[in-house]
Design a binder for this molecule. Structure first.
Ligand code: MG
Length: 391
């Protein structure tokens, strides 16, 4: 029987790729729910070709969807995502919503004991400890779509997690790996939106340039794999071929390799525990990648990364603060309100100002998120404005 799949964030890059995979394997995957934020026209096309039982356009209006309500129940608003999930009852929820807005859907999936294909790392940055506890209570499975975590997950199949010595999270280094540090203040949004190896949405692409994305991945790995922060190493690997590695206590290191293509981890998560044929896969040619380089992380270049370890040390709701402050600061950079180094400076200052509290519910996370947004906005307002928007 086909696996019933909900694709949240269906008009984004991960969502579109997932739907391409589903269309290539109609016997295996049935798309039962689609959710998009605001791309009404594209969502309408997707509903027509995939015929889900439910669809949600978060930022409405629903009339823009113009679908036959007897064939597909339609919802809007943030709660509409959960209503669509209730209606469609998927086996697997691919959560590719951007930002903290994806947290309720991750929580719904785990609370209902379903499989979460996680492409919304912010859920785990903000509330990883809480979500993993919930998954343990309900027996839900979390499958990481994030390429590094998918690599680690694959390396851990059949392994005793108590035998991990450490993991190496790889990072491309983003577009500014070799840019002179004294010119970082002049980085434009357009420059920061050009990623050398991966093609992704704007938030995560800016996060790859500041490397806040890697900071988030440290928190994600800490909770997904129950690692101590000291067990997480970051390596700059410009080719993005080794997606990550696990070092075990016996001296063996396992790595997962492949070309940088998000369809590979998406397919792995949708098919897990089976390996499903990749449509049109041409084979990997190691000779095309004779030189795989690894460099240590330069924290002067990437000051965002140590913030992950600060947040872990602070504990409680500090991850939610890290994420919320970065959402605000990234948005302001894209609008031309602050310069590039200010993104990380504002996040760091917001985290420093935070007094951590325990997370016992999503409300606790939302409270920390709201407070951090206010702090970050205030800190940004105190800075001199830079002149240009998207140039
Ligand atoms: Mg990643």
């Amino acid at each position: 029987m086909a696996r019933r799949i909900a694709v949240l964030g269906s008009t984004g890059s991960v969502g579109e790729n997932a739907l391409r995979i589903a269309a290539a394997h109609p016997d295996r995957f049935e798309v039962v729910a689609l959710c998009a934020n605001s791309s009404a026209e594209r969502l309408r096309e997707q509903v027509r070709s995939h015929r889900p039982a439910a669809a949600c356009l978060v930022a409405g209006p629903l009339e823009a969807l113009d679908v036959d309500a007897s064939a597909c129940a339609t919802f809007s608003g943030a709660d509409g995502v959960l209503e669509a999930l209730e209606r469609a009852r998927p086996d697997v929820v691919l959560n590719a919503i951007t930002g903290a807005a994806g947290l309720p859907a991750s929580e719904w999936t785990l609370r209902h004991g379903r499989t979460l294909a996680l492409a919304n790392k912010e859920s785990f940055v903000a509330a990883g400890e809480y979500l993993m506890q919930l998954a343990a209570e309900t027996g839900a499975t979390v499958l990481p779509v994030d390429s590094e975590h998918c690599a680690i997950f694959q390396c851990l199949q059949g392994e005793d997690r108590g035998r991990i010595r450490r993991i190496f999270l790889t990072a491309s280094g983003g577009p500014f790996r070799q840019r002179p540090l004294d010119s970082f203040g002049a980085i434009t949004p357009a420059e920061a939106l050009e990623h050398p190896t991966w093609s992704m949405g704007p938030r995560i692409t800016i996060g790859s340039a500041t490397m806040m994305n890697k900071a988030f991945e440290v928190l994600e790995a800490r909770w997904l794999f129950d690692l101590a922060p000291e067990q997480i190493e970051i390596l700059i690997h410009p080719q993005s071929i080794v997606h990550s590695m696990v070092e075990f206590v016996d001296g063996s290191i396992l790595a997962q390799l492949g070309v940088p293509d998000m369809r590979v981890p998406i397919l792995y998560c949708l098919g897990w525990p089976e390996r499903v044929p990749f449509p049109g896969f041409q084979g990997f040619d190691p000779l095309r990648f004779r030189e795989l380089q690894f460099h240590t992380l330069d924290v002067d270049r990437y000051p965002a990364v140590p913030l992950a370890f600060d947040a872990l040390r602070m504990g409680g709701d500090s991850g939610a603060v890290l994420n919320a402050a970065d959402e605000v600061a990234t948005g302001m950079f894209l609008e031309g309100g602050i310069d590039f180094p200010a993104i990380t400076e504002i996040v760091a200052a917001t985290l420093r100002a935070h007094r951590p509290a325990a997370v016992r519910s999503l409300d606790d996370v939302h409270r920390a998120d709201r407070a951090a947004r206010q702090t970050a906005e205030r800190l940004a307002a105190d800075r001199p404005r830079v002149r240009s928007a998207r140039t």
